[in-house]
Design a protein around this ligand. Structure first.
Ligand code: MD3
Ligand code: FE
Length: 225
């Protein structure tokens, strides 16, 4: 029998930085974290991501209110999410290049479909993938994702690189959020009644990941149209 007192305090100090490698954690009535679900794919995911980013480079969007987002962003899919002084919208062209967004890598679609099915959303066919890149200090303030047409479909998110503390709130900005650590390879399915909950990312702490260096990449697969 193990006792709590047997855990050395020196290990405990850094418990937050230790990824939970596998397993399913329910974090809301219709949201689950699939720990390490993307790990078997990380070999093929990173080259696929590089191909996307060559065609549609990361950029810092400016909110309609005139603030520059600290996370850099790009997209792939038949539409991509963009922001300007005019507002937020999904658009078939990348305003930065004037060209259509690159296709969503096939293995990413397959992974998102499999995760959605585990999360209770069979038949999910994403048409947009938002890609956020955080360097230490970058964050995302509490917000709702409301620009998609049909909120009955979930959002599937994939975390890569250094860890993040994710804030999962309620239906009002003022609802106190629960805090969850997300690690390299974690996949989260957010759907149903949880789909319009406020959420955000706390400023990323300085760290280095063996594959990605000093950055966190988050992919969100959505059905926008
Ligand atoms: C919960 N991205 O791109 S992903 C975003 O880590 C965004 O880059 C964060 O929020 C990131 O919009 C969080 C997790 C996420 C995405 C969409 C959600 C959680 C969600 C929609 C509804 C509820
Ligand atoms: Fe969001």
């Amino acid at each position: 029998m193990r006792h709590e007192t047997e855990t050395p305090a020196t290990l405990d100090l850094f418990a937050d930085d230790q990824p939970q490698l596998t397993g399913t954690e329910r974090i809301g009535p219709q949201s689950v974290i699939l720990r390490g679900f993307a790990l078997p794919l990380s070999e093929s995911l990173l080259p696929a991501l590089r191909t996307v980013v060559r065609q549609a480079p990361f950029r810092h969007l400016v909110t309609p209110g005139g603030f520059t987002m600290s996370a850099a962003m790009t997209c792939c899919g038949s539409v991509g999410w963009t922001s300007s002084r005019q507002g937020y919208r999904y658009s078939p062209q990348d305003p930065h290049t004037g060209s259509p967004w690159p296709q969503i890598p096939e293995e990413l679609v397959t992974l998102a479909q499999a995760a959605a099915e585990v999360g209770g959303f069979p038949g999910f066919v994403p048409d947009a993938c938002l890609i956020n890149r955080y360097v230490p200090g970058a964050k995302m303030s509490l917000h709702q994702d409301k620009d998609e047409t049909d909120h009955r479909w979930p959002v599937v998110s994939i975390s890569l690189g250094i860890a993040a503390i994710f804030e999962f709130g309620g239906f009002e900005r003022s609802d106190r959020p629960q805090r969850l650590s997300l690690f390299h390879g974690d996949v989260v399915v957010w759907g149903g009644v949880d789909r319009l909950r406020f959420h955000g990312v706390q400023p990323i702490r300085q760290a280095s990941h063996p594959l990605l260096g000093e950055q966190r990449i988050n992919l969100t697969l959505r059905k926008a149209l």
